[in-house]
Design a protein around this ligand. Structure first.
Ligand code: SAH
Ligand code: F3S
Length: 471
């Protein structure tokens, strides 16, 4: 099932062999957590006998897993909804469900605004998908489920239809207890709920047994993790997972600077599998703006943390999120943000223009930065960072990196993968190398957003014995 998403031919042949099987298609927007939730949707419906459809056109059940973190993301959902609604007129049997953050945020409003929608399922009610589908089908009463259980995460670990054999994401904490004044996530994902450490370790062990070599732990504030029974924190979890034989890479995302302590740095530094790469959003380089955002740290504290990470984990690659055009942001505030790029030298950044979100504190403030100014700042920030990245990547020429192959281009000639530092590395000369293979490669060219490398030898394959490749 899992591999079918990118394999429509296979999908069609299965469908013709089993014409009675119903099919589900999930359209996903937003973060990695949504991506994973979508695989949970497919996995849960597989237990009900559904196959995954390659497109919404031949699906019996279409689920929109939505994002509302910025207004553009939200608008895309409504546009898509309009297109599916039109299709529903010619296929009345089609069931249409809206899930994810827009579902959580808008609830009944979606049913009012779009008569084609058959049910609404919020982010805290994923496990109810099979039952809400049955109810929507039988009773046609357009049910809504958008509550949160406040203690633990309801999760059926086996019911995730994974798309990659060698890499897996695992949610360890859902929701967020911070209240950044710009952010809708605490509304759409609720307050923090943690999974049990033993359950996470068991699931990881099972995945590694099935051939997974890289695990990424997910949470909106992943480093706020705390076992609901024992209170054990992320460093303990990292140490426990590092002991799993066969696990080669461990990552976790997204961390909040406020929850990062020296024990977590130590756990990263001492583990042979925790990757030397960290995503740590700073949002703004100006203390005045950070205060208005309620980020709970200063520029100095952020830079000090980066310094401690760099001295404990030599070469650690930092990436970040930045918002420009937050209400009241002046040219001086923006200059302070740019200067953080120079000081930290991030390996990549994600930057956004501020977008007012419903029921957030900042949405009620005036002092709006004009759209044109915000967009100019965004472009300046990106240009500045691109130049820094090019410089840093050019300096890597000659360096040997271990690359975990993730796929190849259309011709099959060039394979691509990630280094432990999360560089995107393209390798020529080993066509057809399977995803999940580790290749040692020497960097020949540094581009702004990727590296081009020459293979030295294959170190070990996730699925085969590990043949050497001639250099
Ligand atoms: N801790 C979360 C953050 C969620 S939102 C995580 O897992 O990544 C991801 C990023 O979107 C934030 O770090 C922030 O930079 C950006 N963002 C959030 N709300 C925004 C808004 N209202 N306008 C613009 N960007 C926003
Ligand atoms: Fe959002 Fe701030 Fe939490 S950005 S997800 S409220 S840490």
């Amino acid at each position: 099932m899992a591999a079918l998403k990118n394999d429509p031919v296979h999908e069609d042949s299965i469908r013709s062999m089993e014409p009675d099987r119903r099919t589900v298609f999930v359209e996903t927007w937003g973060c990695q957590m949504n991506e994973l939730d979508s695989r949970r949707f497919v996995g849960l419906m597989a237990r009900e006998g559904y196959l995954e459809a390659a497109s919404p056109d031949d699906a019996d059940l279409v689920l929109l897993n939505t994002c509302s973190v910025r207004d553009r993301a939200e608008q895309k959902v409504y546009d898509y909804l309009g297109r599916i609604a039109a299709r529903k007129r010619v296929r009345p049997g089609l069931l249409l469900g809206v899930c994810g953050c827009v579902a959580q945020q808008e609830g009944e409003e979606i049913l009012r605004r779009s008569p084609a929608v058959d049910f609404v399922l919020g982010t805290g009610r994923i496990e109810l998908l099979p039952s809400i589908v049955r109810r929507a089908e039988k009773e046609r009463d357009r049910p809504i489920e958008v509550g949160f259980d406040m203690d633990e995460v309801a999760y059926t670990p086996g019911a995730v239809a994974r798309t990659l054999a060698h890499r897996a994401s695992i949610t360890i904490i859902e929701g967020c207890n911070k209240n950044c004044t710009f952010c809708v996530v605490p509304t759409t994902r609720g307050r923090e709920r943690n999974r049990r450490l033993t359950e996470i370790v068991d699931e990881s062990r099972r995945l590694v047994g099935e051939g997974v070599v890289e695990i990424e732990l997910l949470g909106q504030t992943v480093n706020a993790y705390s076992d609901p029974a024992t209170g054990e924190r992320l460093p303990t979890l990292l140490r426990a997972l590092s002991g799993i034989a066969g696990l080669r890479r461990l990552r976790f995302v997204t961390s909040h600077p406020r929850d990062f302590d020296d024990d977590l740095i130590a756990a990263m530094a001492e583990s042979a599998v925790v990757c030397p790469a960290l995503h740590l959003p700073f949002q703004s380089g100006s203390d005045r703006i950070l205060g208005r955002m309620k980020r709970q740290y200063t520029r100095g504290e952020y830079l000090d943390l980066v310094g401690r990470l760099r001295s404990a984990i030599p070469g650690i690659a930092m990436s970040t999120d930045i918002i420009v055009g937050f209400p009241g942001e002046t040219d001086e505030d923006f200059a302070a943000t740019i200067s953080v790029l120079d000081e930290v030298r991030f390996s990549s950044i994600f930057c956004f223009t501020y977008s007012p979100r419903p029921r957030t504190a900042a949405a009620r403030w005036d002092q709006d930065v004009p759209v044109r100014v915000a967009q100019e700042r965004l472009a300046l920030l990106n240009d500045h960072q691109q130049a820094l990245q090019l410089q840093a990547n050019e300096a890597l020429v000659g360096k040997v990196l271990e690359v975990l192959v993730e796929g190849s281009d259309r011709t099959g000639q060039r394979v691509s993968g990630r280094s432990p530092f999360n560089h995107l590395v393209h390798i020529d000369g080993i066509p057809g190398t399977a995803s999940g293979t580790f290749v040692m490669a020497v960097v020949e060219k540094g581009l702004a957003n990727s590296l081009v490398a020459r293979p030295l030898r294959r170190v070990r394959s996730a699925d085969a014995g590990g043949t050497d490749l001639a250099s």
